[in-house]
Design a protein around this ligand. Structure first.
Ligand code: NAD
Length: 343
């Protein structure tokens, strides 16, 4: 198939070219992010391939339909950036990569927790400048602390396993408890109890209407004072302005983010020679107890290999059978058990 691929970086090209082993598909790489304005760049394609911050909205999908595009292949698991209702209306199939490496995201989550706690990011800079003072670097033992995991699907389950390995007591909140976690000794509790009892709270639920601003003024008030909050799921699960207030008052002890509500205008680009126009984000960067990475939790060799291979498999299957391997739609997807996990 002729496939136009939006939001690509050199590493995307390397892994997708490697996965397109039979050379069956003609892949056209664009650096542009998808929006209604840039959607016309896909003229001549039969399929488009998009990433997490591409806006697959009704306007873009309507333009795609008129250009003869029949497939939108996501290089991601989450599909909150796709208007599935509009896709159905336009008769466009949407496919995703349901699982690429939950280990990548889980391990990055732990990296944020360990770095924030032991302040290795600050120690690195100090030592390079010949400053070996320890004042300000005090951490705490993870062993014996209580960690609260919100969302215990593929990623949350691994986070639970690692935290138990550290000697933490792990509480979880998920409308669908995971029996594997229960076997490990994870205790499912109501969200309010998790917030009130946890020294570390880490978010691994999808962004849905139910989880939008799940952590806001009210839930921050329920948190144990000084708790560490980690978000590697989707930015809008947290109300950033409320969290800023929590940081200023000391209600939040430390904050680790890999995702941000308004990340689409910032992340994956180099702003080192430009001003950051987002004042909320800029304010977050001023806190010594805030650590932000730019949506890199997925970024491992294994994950990029799986993403590329599954994306090519989706496109090949759609070309041969009219169905992608991992479809997602407002009604059902090809594999009902995936639908249950994704929504
Ligand atoms: P998953 O579908 O396997 O698990 C999600 C879990 O969240 C499920 O167990 C589900 O029951 C639960 N859940 C649903 N609604 C909830 C609610 N209201 N409260 C609490 N839990 C709820 O997904 P996954 O593969 O573990 O991924 C989790 C999220 O991580 C994804 O949705 C995505 O947003 C994010 N993610 C981020 C990156 C990154 O690079 N930062 C990469 C991949 C995925």
């Amino acid at each position: 198939m002729n496939v136009t691929i939006f939001s690509t970086k050199p590493y995307d090209r390397r892994f997708l070219d490697a996965a397109n082993t039979e050379g069956t598909h003609r892949l056209t790489y664009l650096e542009s992010r998808l929006s209604a304005e840039t959607s016309r760049l896909a003229a001549g394609a039969e399929a488009v391939c998009v990433f997490v911050n591409d806006e697959v909205d009704a306007a873009a999908l309507s333009i795609f339909r008129n250009m003869g595009i029949r497939l939108v292949a996501l290089r991601a698991a989450g599909f909150n950036n796709v208007d599935l209702e509009a896709a159905r209306r336009e008769g466009i199939t949407v496919a995703r990569v349901p699982s690429y490496s939950p280990h990548a995201v889980a391990e990055h989550t732990i990296a944020l927790i360990l770095t924030l706690n032991r302040k290795t990011h600050r120690a690195y800079n100090r030592v390079r400048e010949g400053n070996f003072a320890l004042e300000g670097l005090l951490g705490f033992d993870l062993a014996g602390k209580t960690a609260g995991v919100v969302g215990t699907g593929q990623i949350g389950e691994i986070v639970c396993r690692i935290l138990i390995g550290f000697g933490c007591t792990v509480l979880a909140y998920d409308p669908e408890p995971n029996p594997v976690c229960q076997t490990m000794g994870v205790r499912y509790v109501p969200l309010e109890e998790l917030l009130g009892s946890s020294d570390i709270i880490t978010l691994h639920c999808p962004l849905t209407p139910a989880t939008h601003h799940l952590i806001g003024s009210q839930s921050l008030g329920q948190m144990k004072p000084g708790a560490m909050l980690i978000n590697t799921s989707r930015g809008a699960v947290i109300d950033t302005r409320a969290v800023l207030r929590g940081l200023k008052s000391g209600a939040i002890g430390s904050l680790g983010l890999d995702v941000y509500e308004e990340e689409a205008d910032l992340f994956f680009e180099d702003f080192s020679n430009r001003a950051i126009g987002d004042d909320v984000f800029a304010r977050l960067l001023t806190f010594p107890n805030v650590l932000i990475t730019g949506h890199q939790a997925f970024f491992t060799v294994e994950a990029l290999t799986n993403i590329a291979e599954t994306t090519i498999a989706n496109i090949t299957s759609f070309e041969r059978t009219g169905r992608a391997v991992h479809e997602v739609s407002v009604d059902r997807i090809a594999r009902p058990e995936e639908f249950a996990a994704a929504t």
